[in-house]
Design a protein around this ligand. Structure first.
Ligand SMILES: *Cc1c(COP(=O)(O)O)cnc(C)c1O
Length: 375
């Protein structure tokens, strides 16, 4: 690539804020509990290698990803420590799990059995996922005997056992009851495994909301994702313990053109926006292919420019948006616009709500065209 200025749209990664959020999480978890940093989906869009490298520097040496290819990418970029693959890996690819010294999740008993029957150089490191109600992956908590049988498998080295909560974000009475049942059923299983004489390995239950609403749990790991990146999924989140989070990512782009239009003129595809009066508008070099959602079209989304809010007008295009800068002075081509950041209107939780989604989706879909710049 030529050394062109790659700045039509970019994501600034604030490592101080990442460190701050880690400290905040540590403040509310038990002393013995370690953080397993969730860096799947390109670290929720923040840049997996940039984030993991930084986490290594501040003493985080346990990671989790969704897929084998993400795990290999971490290793190929010299990320140190344990890497758990939370999702499914095809059994034919298990030799790569061994080659790169990774840990694979046991999806269910049959999966473990299949792997146990393979000819492998060494034992496969695995954590058993127990399904306590999420009904996604994991061996059912009621099949305790099968779970214990996995511990007996010769080609598998069980180093941990975990579950995942499905409504730990909720303050509804029935949801709290459901969560407590999930937790109890998990603990009943691990008690039986222990009584059967097996070494459990590491235990873990809580993702972000599990930490915030059930901080009393005493597991070996917690698995924070979105909160580590400094955001809640939705605005006005109420949790049992409160963290002071600082968003790690700031999405910026450039103003590419400024113009004045007359009353009655339309903006962007579909002519969904018709000006009521003469307006000063500006084009900005970011669009839905970069992850700025098309569903924000016509929703009154705001961006920040020269310290003031400007509204997105008309449809969001693939590579560009148009904003109303009528009330903002001295706007010129090349000026910087902030689309997602720490200010109220452009918090990921507020933007994502307007787009009909959650911050995790908004951030994890930030595109490959956007350069990640560590500051
Ligand atoms: C994605 C994921 C997490 C992190 O979830 P957050 O809600 O972002 O904290 C934790 N555990 C598992 C199993 C996951 O899939």
């Amino acid at each position: 690539m030529e050394n062109i200025i790659k700045d039509r749209a970019w994501l600034e990664i604030n490592t101080k804020n990442l460190e701050h959020n880690i400290e905040e999480i540590k403040r509310v978890i038990p002393n013995k509990t370690k953080i397993m940093a969730i860096v799947k989906a390109n670290a929720y869009g923040h840049g997996m290698i940039e984030i993991a490298t930084q986490l290594n520097k501040i003493g985080i040496n346990d990671f989790a990803v969704a897929s084998l290819s993400e795990a290999i990418e971490l290793r190929e970029n010299n990320i140190k420590g344990d890497i758990l693959i939370l999702g499914y890996t095809h059994f034919k690819d298990i030799p790569y799990v061994i080659k790169y010294n990774l840990i694979q999740t046991v999806v269910d008993y049959e999966y473990a059995n299949k792997i146990n029957n393979m000819k492998l150089e060494t034992k496969v490191r695995m954590h058993i996922k127990i399904n306590t109600g999420m009904n996604r992956i994991g061996e059912n908590y009621q099949n305790t005997d099968k779970i214990i049988q996995i511990y007996q498998m010769k080609n598998i080295q069980i180093e941990g056992v975990f579950t995942h909560l499905s409504v730990s974000d909720s303050n509804e009475k029935s949801d709290i009851e459901f969560t407590k049942n999930q937790i109890n059923n998990f603990y009943n299983d691990i008690e039986k495994i222990r009584n059967a004489g097996y070494t459990l390995g590491k235990t873990h239950i809580q993702a972000g909301f599990g930490i915030l609403n059930y901080p009393e749990l005493q597991c070996d790991y917690v698995r924070p994702g979105i909160i580590m990146y400094g955001n809640y999924n939705l605005p006005d989140t109420v949790t049992k313990v409160k963290l002071e989070l600082k968003p790690v990512a700031t999405l910026k782009a450039r103003i590419t053109s400024v113009k004045v239009i007359q009353a009655g003129e339309s903006i962007s595809y579909g002519r969904t926006f018709i000006s009521q009066k003469s307006m000063k508008i500006a084009s900005v070099s970011v669009g839905y292919a970069d992850g700025y959602p098309r569903s924000l079209s016509g929703k009154g989304a705001k961006v920040l420019v020269n310290g003031k809010y400007a509204e997105v007008v008309g449809r969001v295009c693939m590579d560009q948006i148009v904003i109303d800068v009528s009330d903002i002075d001295n706007i010129v081509e090349g000026d910087i616009v902030t689309l997602i950041g720490k200010e109220k209107e452009i918090l990921a939780e507020n933007i994502s709500k307007k787009a009909g989604t959650i911050a995790s989706e908004l951030l994890s879909r930030l595109g490959t065209r956007i350069e990640r710049i560590v500051i």
